[in-house]
Ligand binder design. Structure first.
Ligand code: ADP
Ligand code: MG
Length: 348
């Protein structure tokens, strides 16, 4: 298990609020021309000229969205940024700024906040994001972290959930189900640890799926790739709640149906082997697992030659008329209606 090995503990009450904010944010630099004023005034000032601005927020609550017994604080900071950037990229936009708000109880020392901010800083540097503000307050119990991300996109580049047309191809980046299976492994090790704190788990066979759970990456690279390939998706969404529910969102917003092919869903070998070990169906995991932070999008058929050789992209189905409904075509070539949740036993 990953334990907080930090020895020194500086009580937050030893610092004033302003000293704390200054301490946590002084290292942030401004890189974007659109940031006129960052941290340090009553509000940030941004200038996006003739670009469209996209804004998105996610709130992460201890015990609901993360468990600190296996989530290192640094990773938590990193992930809190990623889940927001993923939403910006899903609009085909460039992420430019974030604000970070945290509420902490006195159970957390300064060193814990430093860890969270180290993760935020790593994410901001890697993804070229300006941290332009936030809020800091106390909570009676537990930790809350809320990130708001802003991004810019031209009028012609912005992609909504609503543009998919019949015959478009359904495409997904990366592979699915890994974050969910990583969580299953971490939960299992947590139970083992409770019984025997001296046990040394061998997590080597699970490194990829655990990393996908603890340190997801938003697919900035896919937005760039599509631009380079001169492919503008007709619709796009990020996969946070599982492929099935995101496909349903896309189709509902676009007023279309779809056929999704089970044998085309991209799975990492570690997902397949861990599913076997846990006796879970890997398709169910890909459809309902969530936290993949991959991009799901549709393209017109004529763009297929531009993407077909790319190892980062998988065509998993196609769009149909709305009257045809939304279906999974199984390996046995039976058609099953897609459901957002509780869809567990299609094999039965
Ligand atoms: P106010 O009293 O106007 O809310 P604050 O003292 O909360 O101002 O914040 C002062 C400055 O520090 C503002 O620019 C704010 O956006 C920024 N800030 C506050 N908390 C954080 C945080 N946790 N992370 C990043 N910036 C923060
Ligand atoms: Mg404030």
């Amino acid at each position: 298990m990953i334990e907080d090995k930090n020895q020194s503990r500086t009580d937050l009450s030893n610092l004033g609020e302003f000293a704390l904010i200054e301490h946590l944010t002084k290292q942030f630099k401004i890189n974007h021309k659109s940031t006129i004023k960052g941290i340090g005034d009553d509000a940030a000032v941004l200038d996006f000229k003739d670009k469209k601005v996209v804004v998105t927020t996610d709130l992460l609550v201890e015990g609901v969205h993360f468990d600190l017994s296996y989530m290192p604080l640094k990773h938590l900071g990193y992930k809190a940024v990623m889940v927001n950037l993923s939403d910006v990229y899903a609009m085909n936009a460039e992420a430019t700024q974030i604000t970070v708000s945290i509420a902490v109880s006195n159970r957390f020392p300064l060193e814990a906040l430093e860890e969270i901010y180290a993760g935020i800083e790593t994410a901001a540097n890697l993804y070229n994001i300006d941290v332009v503000g936030g809020d800091t307050t106390s909570s009676t119990k537990g930790l809350l972290i809320s990130v708001t991300a802003l991004g810019e996109v031209s009028n012609t580049d912005v992609v909504y959930r609503s543009g998919a047309k019949p015959n478009d191809l359904l495409v997904v980046s990366g592979d699915l189900g890994a974050a969910y299976m990583g969580l299953q492994v971490l939960e299992r090790e947590k139970e083992v640890y409770k019984v025997n704190p001296n046990s040394q788990p061998d997590l080597e066979p699970y490194t990829y799926i655990i990393e996908r759970q603890l340190k997801p990456e938003a697919r900035k690279d896919i937005v760039k790739l599509l631009k380079d390939l001169e492919v503008k998706p007709t619709s796009m969404i990020d996969i946070s709640d599982g492929l099935s529910s995101e496909i349903i969102h896309l189709c509902t917003n676009s007023k279309v149906g779809c056929d999704l092919y089970e044998n085309k869903i991209p799975l990492d070998p570690q997902v397949i082997s861990t599913c076997e070990e846990f006796n879970i169906d890997s398709t169910t995991v890909a459809l309902n697992g969530g936290e993949d932070y991959e991009l799901l999008f549709t393209i017109s058929q004529e763009d297929f030659p531009k993407i077909k050789a790319n190892p980062n992209l998988s065509v998993i189905g196609y769009i149909t008329e709305v009257s045809a409904g939304m279906h999974l075509v199984t390996r046995a070539e039976t058609k099953i209606e897609l459901k957002a949740q509780g869809w567990k036993n299609f094999n039965a």
